[in-house]
Design a protein. Structure first.
Length: 190
């Protein structure tokens, strides 16, 4: 998660706002999935995690459902529009960044007849960062929850240095080519 947070910050620093938002919403998705309840849909897990963690530490002018709709728009089409916003179930989220003011952005949207909700990207990132830290501290205090989270996180891709792989192969004292030939022979019944 540290690498993900670093990548989010790198994108923001380079004004790569859509990749920044994509990674941010992806991060929320991933963390929300760690303790998804039996039968709970990903949307419900996302909304619950945002309500209990992100919005708890960083109140924003939007709801968790509106952030889910924003996530759908950004992740699927790089836009603010989603099925929920088209159906009138969520306002579209528009973003201020840098030294821009959300109040000015919201007022400008209102002047042109839009009902969008303005959120500052920095506030959203900070809410995720603090909400994640608090969430992980809370999980640490519960062995049952910690086990569930570790089981889910244990499925994440990890980076293994090629030297470690080579040492493992050396311990087996066979070259990769002889191993694949042996496996091929085994499959052929030889």
């Amino acid at each position: 998660m540290t690498q993900l947070l670093d990548a989010i910050e790198d994108c923001l620093a380079e004004h790569r706002l859509l990749p920044c938002l994509t990674l941010l919403y992806f991060g929320i998705d991933v963390v929300a999935s760690l303790e998804r309840r039996p039968g709970e849909k990903p949307k419900a897990a996302f909304v619950r995690w945002v309500d209990e963690n992100l919005l708890e530490v960083r109140p924003l002018p939007c709801t968790a459902l509106e952030l889910y709709a924003a996530r759908c728009g950004v992740v699927h089409t790089f836009t603010a529009e989603s099925d929920l916003s088209r159906k009138g179930l969520a306002r579209q989220v528009i973003y201020a960044w840098g030294d821009a003011k959300t109040d000015n952005l919201a007022a400008a949207a209102n002047l042109v007849g839009r009902t969008d909700v303005a959120v500052h990207i920095r506030e959203l990132i900070d809410g995720f960062r603090v909400g994640l830290a608090n969430y992980l501290e809370e999980v640490e205090r519960s062995p049952e929850r910690q086990g569930r989270v570790e089981a889910g996180a244990g499925l994440w891709f990890t980076r293994i240095d090629q030297d470690v792989v080579k040492k493992l192969l050396d311990m087996d004292n066979r070259e990769p080519s002889s191993r694949s030939s042996s496996a091929h022979d085994d499959m052929q019944g030889k």
